[in-house]
Ligand binder design. Sequence first.
Ligand code: ADE
Ligand code: ZN
Length: 343
Amino acid sequence: MSSATRALSPEFKQLIETCPKAELHIHIEGSLEPEMIFALAKRNQVSLPYASVESLKAAYAFEDLQSFLDIYYAGASVLLKHQDFYDMAYAYLKKAHAQGVVHAEIFFDPQTHTARGVAMQVVIEGLSRALVDAGRDFKISANLILCFLRHLDEDSALQTLQEALPYRQHFIGVGLDSSEIGHPPEKFKNVFEKARALGLHCVAHAGEEAPPAYIWSALQTLYAQRIDHGVQAMKDPALMDYLARTRTPLTVCPLSNVRLCVFAQMEDHPIKKMLDLGLCVMINSDDPAYFGGYINENYLQVAQSLSLSPADIEQLAKCSFEASFMPEALKRHWLAEVDRVFA
Ligand code: ADE
Ligand code: ZN
């Protein structure tokens, strides 16, 4: 058996599972498990284009990002009421807590809901109340990041930001997601400028499927503080050098990349090379209900397929806190906790 396929020792597995970590790239709508999709469809009398949980799960054989997004938006159509958004977010935070996540920065896609007539208030207050309750119940800290759908135009993004402003205290930043190719970051220059002026953090999906030029544009025209995915940076040595020098974080999602055929198998994933080149990278789940696992399934599969060492896991966990938007004192606390676990 090659070292790449040797099973992890029980001690190493436990270390990975219990190590404190932050999750910085999770779409809350991507945490909707098939069973919850069907339960909410029944509760809200929404009809789905799938007859059963099994037939929905059978459709989770994706060829690329777009083939996934088509199903992901169909799944999100069951979310209508405040309680639906609450239940979805609370379930994610409970699961994340059980996997050692102590802090989460959570994406949500308001345009997916407002386009169906769901009020912005329902979306944001439902999610926000779940974050408060999970904080009380699990001692997990969490924040929301409002994402603009890049397949829509910038006017729609500007209108969305405007509609969200009465709830400004409930989110810490803005992001950019959905269909990447053909929708470069510079299309959203004005809305990101406005968000930055409002004191919001700025992040953007870039270099998931599209070339390194999209990452440069996210940095230079949107002033993105973190790049979501960013794995295509490997094709541009000057960009890799820039990302390493500036410690610009890349929120990498390994299971997502394999399920969406960005890499044929986990053994081909570049995250270990990125770590070795001095990049600030960490592991995230992206859309855990669709891609075969939450954060620990991602960590475990990467550790096994790429023969990661405990020092690699320590580095990934530390990068997750370094890259977070949590207050500096809390950051220092969790970095010291990771040191303690690996001492
Ligand atoms: N929305 C949810 N998951 C996404 C992904 N992996 N890329 C772009 N947009 C998304
Ligand atoms: Zn994503």
